[in-house]
Design a protein around this ligand. Structure first.
Ligand SMILES: [Zn+2]
Ligand SMILES: [Zn+2]
Length: 154
């Protein structure tokens, strides 16, 4: 089931004595909440509303992929995330905005400095060669700095 609306009428939820929603959310639902550099692929959602004594509890689990740009090598890669949430809504509240909730979860889940892999070698600052794909003949300042430190220590 494709979910294209994540604004839930809590009156309906109450009338039906709770609600369960399971499916894949339309990725464009979250576009406006996230930076243009991030492309949400698909968000699979498992959501349950249950009625408590003085509030409605929404419990959910999301899982999916986002296209990110590696901070070291500038290549696009797919970042996998899994997040869960629980939110209480007072009975006086008319609707539950799960769309916003998921959008903020996604933005928290995205690393500040995304890396395609921990071993990503990045780009040579001198010639621009992607060091994951090829080696270049330039001297790399990182290595030099390390060598200097090593010499100092000895
Ligand atoms: Zn990378
Ligand atoms: Zn180079």
């Amino acid at each position: 089931m494709e979910i294209d609306n994540l604004l839930f009428d809590l009156g309906n939820v109450k009338n039906t004595n709770g609600l369960k929603v399971k499916g894949t959310c339309r990725p464009s639902l979250f576009d406006k909440a996230l930076d243009d550099a991030y492309k949400v692929k698909a968000v699979s959602l498992d959501l349950k509303f249950s009625l408590g004594s003085d509030s409605i509890l929404a419990q959910g689990f999301i899982e999916g992929k986002i296209s990110l740009i590696c901070a070291r090598c500038n290549e696009i890669f797919e970042y996998e995330y899994k997040e869960s949430f629980a939110e209480l809504y007072d009975y006086s509240k008319k609707s539950a905005d799960i769309e916003n909730l998921i959008a903020s979860l996604l933005s928290i889940s995205i690393p500040l400095k995304p890396l395609c892999s921990d071993e990503c070698k990045g780009i040579c600052p001198t010639c621009g060669t992607s060091l994951n794909i090829a080696n270049c003949k330039c001297e790399h300042s990182n290595k030099n700095a390390f060598a200097i430190l090593k010499n100092l220590a000895v």
